[in-house]
Design a protein around this ligand. Structure first.
Ligand code: NAP
Length: 365
């Protein structure tokens, strides 16, 4: 069975992918940076959490501590020769998902220097047949009219993006393009939209995007219940939400198919209306959310301002109906449809908010 090498392996999407790879008996090399907790323990804790503490197969998993931007990842050459000893599929997941303008340096160091270094290590140690997969975002589209196609777009000024995260991913894609064109890198780009929980079970172990917003609303509702809060959101525009189990199914196909297009937009076919998300939250927590797209900060009361500040990231995605081309994705991937629906998103929000309250109760007791 093929060896799959994954960096940023303890992250949400990567760990869910690894969980499935282990079930299917793939050999996995996980690159995880150590924090206060050693790399191996961080990876096992993450997998254990995904499996709700139940036992899971880990005999084919090998974890290495690494440093993304250091020469040879700060891993001994002997070990790197071992890691890349056969034709491998290498997945670059590591990224800073910060979006605040103050974090620009960290975002660029991780999302650009990190990718450049990753390609350097890959090119030095991996065989010619090995494949390099860069996990990008569908929002590397930036602010644009029309369809975002599965092709490279030139670098652009920050004014063409909602934040530095988006811009850094566009720049990183073009680093890969250069390496493909000039050095013959066997490189591929998989652009994900907003990844949510499990579509079938509702289990949601991410606090990204709409869940971050949900948590802020819940926290306000707990402190100031039964208020009416107006939010500057267009109820008719949509969020492109792709369930984690759908993403994992796509990734599993990627490792099994030999001819993969250079770029694929791994996104949902249909968006979920912002109006639905707000009404769902109004049902799940004691707060009444009213969408008012034209609401100005000067007209907001103090509660509305707190929510508005907390939406500094989400807000830029609440007035768009993004249009992503999926021709190439559809050409090579044969998957049973597993799209998020209003019903499944409600289930995910319910799970997420229940868990968040349990956690709060545990901390308080
Ligand atoms: N989640 C989404 O909705 C979404 C949507 C589109 C694209 N993506 C892309 O999918 C990938 C995974 O996202 P995710 O949601 O799984 O994110 P995540 O849970 O935050 O995982 C990010 C991973 O990157 C690692 N990382 C961050 N900075 C690093 C650094 N300086 N050096 C080494 N490792 C570093 C993190 O390690 P630590 O734990 O040590 O920080 C973690 O393992 C990212 O490339 C992201 O851009 C995600």
């Amino acid at each position: 069975m093929k060896t799959i090498v994954i960096n940023g392996a303890n992250g949400y999407v990567a760990a869910n992918f690894i969980n499935e790879l282990l079930l299917e008996d793939f050999k996995i090399i996980a690159l995880v940076r150590a924090g206060k907790i050693p790399a191996q323990e961080r990876m096992i804790n993450m997998l254990s959490d995904l499996n709700d503490g139940k036992e899971f197969k880990s005999d084919k998993l090998k974890v290495y501590d690494y440093s993304l931007v250091d020469e040879n990842f700060s891993i001994a050459e002997e070990q790197l020769n071992e890691i890349f000893g056969s034709d491998v599929d290498y997945f670059h997941f590591a990224a800073s998902l910060k979006y605040d303008f103050k974090a620009k340096d960290e975002i660029f160091q991780t999302n650009l220097d990190g990718v450049q270094n990753s390609m350097r290590v890959f090119s030095k140690f991996a065989s010619k047949k090995s494949r390099f997969f860069f996990i990008s975002t569908a929002y590397s589209s930036g602010i644009m009219e029309g369809k975002f196609e599965e092709k490279f777009y030139d670098n652009a000024d920050i004014s063409m993006f909602r934040n530095y995260y988006e811009q850094s991913k566009r720049f990183a894609e073009n680093l890969i393009r250069k390496q493909i064109e000039e050095e013959g890198l066997n490189g591929h780009i998989l652009r994900l939209s907003q990844v949510v929980g499990n579509n079938k079970t509702g289990v949601t172990k991410t606090d990204y995007g709409i869940f971050d917003f949900a948590r802020r609303i819940q926290s306000m509702a707990n402190r100031h219940p039964y208020r009416k809060v107006r939010v500057k959101v267009n109820p008719e525009t949509t969020q492109n939400l792709i369930p984690i189990d759908t993403v994992v199914s796509y990734l599993m196909q990627v490792v099994k198919i030999s001819e993969i297009p250079v770029i694929m937009n791994v996104v949902a076919k249909q968006g979920i209306r912002n109006g639905f998300i707000l009404s769902c939250l109004s049902e799940l927590v004691p707060i009444s959310l009213l969408s008012l797209p034209e609401l100005e900060v000067s007209e907001m009361d103090s509660y509305e301002r707190i929510i508005s500040i907390g939406m500094s990231f989400t807000a830029s995605y609440t007035d768009t109906n993004m249009n992503f081309d999926t021709t190439k994705l559809d050409e090579v991937m044969q998957l049973e449809a597993n799209e998020a629906s209003e019903e499944s998103i409600r289930k995910m929000l319910e799970y997420f908010l229940d868990k968040a309250s349990d956690k709060k109760a545990r901390i308080a007791s």
